[in-house]
Design a protein around this ligand. Sequence first.
Ligand code: ADP
Length: 450
Amino acid sequence: MFDKILIANRGEIALRVIRACREMGIASVAVHSTADADAMHVRMADETICIGPAPSTDSYLSVAAIISACEVSGAQAIHPGYGFLSENARFVQAVEDHGLTFIGPSAAHISEMGDKITAKETAKALGIPVVPGSEGGVATLEEAKIIGAEFGYPVIIKATAGGGGRGMKVAKSEAEMERAFQTARAESKAAFGNDEVYIEKYLQKPRHIEVQVFGDGQGGGVHLGERDCSLQRRHQKVFEEAPGPSISAEERAEIGSICANAIARMGYSGAGTIEFLYEDGGFYFIEMNTRLQVEHPVTEAIFGQDLVREQIRVAAGMPLSFRQEDLEINGHAIEVRINAEKLPNFSPSPGRISQYHAPGGLGVRMDSALYDGYRIPPYYDSLIGKLIVHGRDRTEALARLNRALGELIVDGVDTTIPLFGALLQEPDIHSGNYTIHWLEKWLEAGGVDR
Ligand code: ADP
């Protein structure tokens, strides 16, 4: 096992990793930009190193600065958290070239899932169901129209290099194809320097269902069920739950074993998430994230497993500490993402926290790097906390969420906390009846102002 781990991240996820290290008796090294000198992860780690100025390109995204920090501190392994360098194959290669261990999959597995056409082809070859669509890239408008006619409208044109919902356009009919095709290519060129696009059938009322997987790197793999993350704004998740309210035990076992077998065959190592759109009982692969997800705590809650500890163990060459048959779902968990943003437009709201009080009690977990007097810097993601509740069933989890939100105090900046109070008034949230379009439609109808 490692003696010392460097955490190449900040905020709540850096604390999350420090906590796992401490329970495992491993020393932690925090890195930080000059803007984060007073951050909680810097206060909580065993050692700290300043790696550069405020802009993340010069600090949290600087491969050279992070590898030097690792060498100076004597850490043997790097945990990347999520975002920043967590899915950067070049970084992983550099880590390995310096004789250090990356806590995550190999550079080759990250690259394979980084390009969307390759990811889809790999998924298909591994027996994972995918959205019907073009075989690979589509170069001309004529070809695009042939595919539109073959699969039937509406279709979605997506950037091969895509991410963050950019470079995606829907064509509802052949008449809309020319515009959608050219716009998707132009957007993709501008955002990613690559205008290759591919085409898929556009699903009209899907849910977002993602399967948590773990590979031991030796040809073994397990799944830890699914999360439903359908409540999204601009493709950003805001409310996540496990298990998925629309998924039956049979469906879970079936898609779960397809995913577990796939990662076993890949020889995948560590945590991963296979994301699907789910409609009318069918699962359709959209992408795989080769890292820990923001919403991993809902899975931890229902399985009673520490996924970060497991990541560290697997990276150190140890076997998985659970077998598929040991994993049993207990109750229901919900996470809400609290952002420093002003409603109803979700505009960033950095600033000083005048008062912070975290909720507590049975089944309540608050993952946050806030403290009284903390100044949220304007340079990074607006996520400032995750409130996770766990109950014996979904009804209890929702009641607990309502109770915990009532205890939570974040004063001094605007936050998305009122959004969740408003959502809890909605019958659709209580019945679990929502698709990936529900939240946007509700917001457009003034849901949050009511
Ligand atoms: P990105 O990596 O840019 O986030 P994804 O492929 O993960 O792109 O898709 C992001 C979102 O776009 C999905 O969660 C879904 O809301 C929508 N989407 C993508 N593909 C389809 C499709 N074939 N049909 C309907 N919606 C889709």
